[in-house]
Design a protein around this ligand. Structure first.
Ligand SMILES: NC(=O)c1ccc[n+]([C@@H]2O[C@H](COP(=O)([O-])OP(=O)(O)OC[C@H]3O[C@@H](n4cnc5c(N)ncnc54)[C@H](OP(=O)(O)O)[C@@H]3O)[C@@H](O)[C@H]2O)c1
Length: 276
């Protein structure tokens, strides 16, 4: 298998940044691509896609804002065709679990005929430290429209290790993996573990989804984002994804990282310290 450069679409993000680093550590050329890179890549501007992909033998792809949006499947199909024209022979797509829209996008990718690997991931641990939840946790209270449904949170470092293995080992071509952490815990449990690890009192509150969306709308979030959040919180977190799957072990031959290890490491780095 010949690897030249690997394009990382979303190369500065939670998983893309880690995938780029691990590939570079192995001496593999990478080209991070997003709106702020040169050449730039914007999911909303197809004119940017070919130049960002040209000269790459494979691509790691994180779609924005989420494969659940209505236009995602058509965009993934067009993207994969552009990638083939640009010389890309293998696409590793980061997908979600239990999302109908994500399955449509996966099917469009497979229909193009390019080699693929689909990584269906649970909610990331890093949503609590690098994503939307970090501010609330720092302020001592996270309020979300999720009750006690268990979620097997997965670590972005495990996802990156899996993506690198998928990009560099041909046995993962044309495979789909379900990637979760080693145990399921509720959002309330996760916040308790974060509070214990950081030695702080942090409260978790379950709020009604409609009140949550109204508040985000009042804070100025666009309709597309609030619709997406509504779908994610009201449909995907209904228990359909609560089971633990063994994708990380299948690919890496080792168990996934436990939430508690993640929480202790992030707490030790001061992620959830009280901000002045
Ligand atoms: N978070 C979860 O729990 C979870 C679980 C399962 C699946 N997923 C999927 O993971 C994907 C996100 O991956 P990630 O968390 O690794 O990435 P991320 O951290 O959300 O963001 C990656 C990068 O995307 C770029 N970006 C934003 N809008 C863009 C656009 N219109 N065109 C091109 N780039 C854009 C941003 O860079 P610039 O500002 O430079 O453009 C950002 O650095 C989504 O498809 C999501 O559905 C997430």
């Amino acid at each position: 298998m010949q690897i030249s450069t690997i394009a990382i679409i979303g190369g500065l993000g939670k998983t893309g940044g880690r995938v780029a680093k691990h590939l570079k550590d192995r001496g593999i050329n990478v080209r991070a691509a997003s709106r702020s890179t040169t050449p730039s890549f914007d999911w909303q501007d197809r004119g940017t896609w070919h130049a960002a992909l040209k000269g790459s033998s494979a691509a790691y792809v994180t779609f924005q804002p989420d494969l659940a949006v209505a236009w995602a499947a058509e965009a993934i199909s067009a993207f994969a065709n552009t990638a083939v024209e640009a010389g890309v022979g293998h696409i590793v797509l980061l997908s979600g679990r239990g999302e109908d829209g994500a399955v449509l996008s996966e099917n469009e990718l497979k229909a193009v005929g390019v080699d693929y690997t689909v990584l269906r991931a649970s909610w990331f641990n890093q949503n609590f430290s690098e994503g939307a939840f970090v501010d609330g946790l720092r302020q001592g209270k996270l309020a979300l429209p999720v009750g006690d449904v268990p979620e097997p949170f997965v670590d972005a470092d495990d996802l990156a290790d899996v993506a690198v293995e998928a990009l560099t080992n041909p046995r993962h071509r044309n495979q789909t993996y379900e990637l979760t952490g080693p145990r399921s815990l509720s959002f309330r449990d996760a916040v308790s573990e974060i509070a214990a690890a950081s030695g702080r009192a942090i409260e978790y509150e379950t709020v009604p989804v409609d009140a949550f969306i109204t508040e985000l709308t009042a804070a100025g979030l666009p309709r597309e984002t609030t619709d997406l959040l509504h779908e994610l919180f009201s449909q995907v977190l209904d228990g359909r994804n609560s089971s633990v799957m063994d994708g990380v072990r299948q690919v890496l031959g080792r168990p996934p990282r436990d939430f508690s290890d993640y929480a202790h490491e992030a707490a030790a780095a001061g992620i959830w310290s009280i901000q002045p």
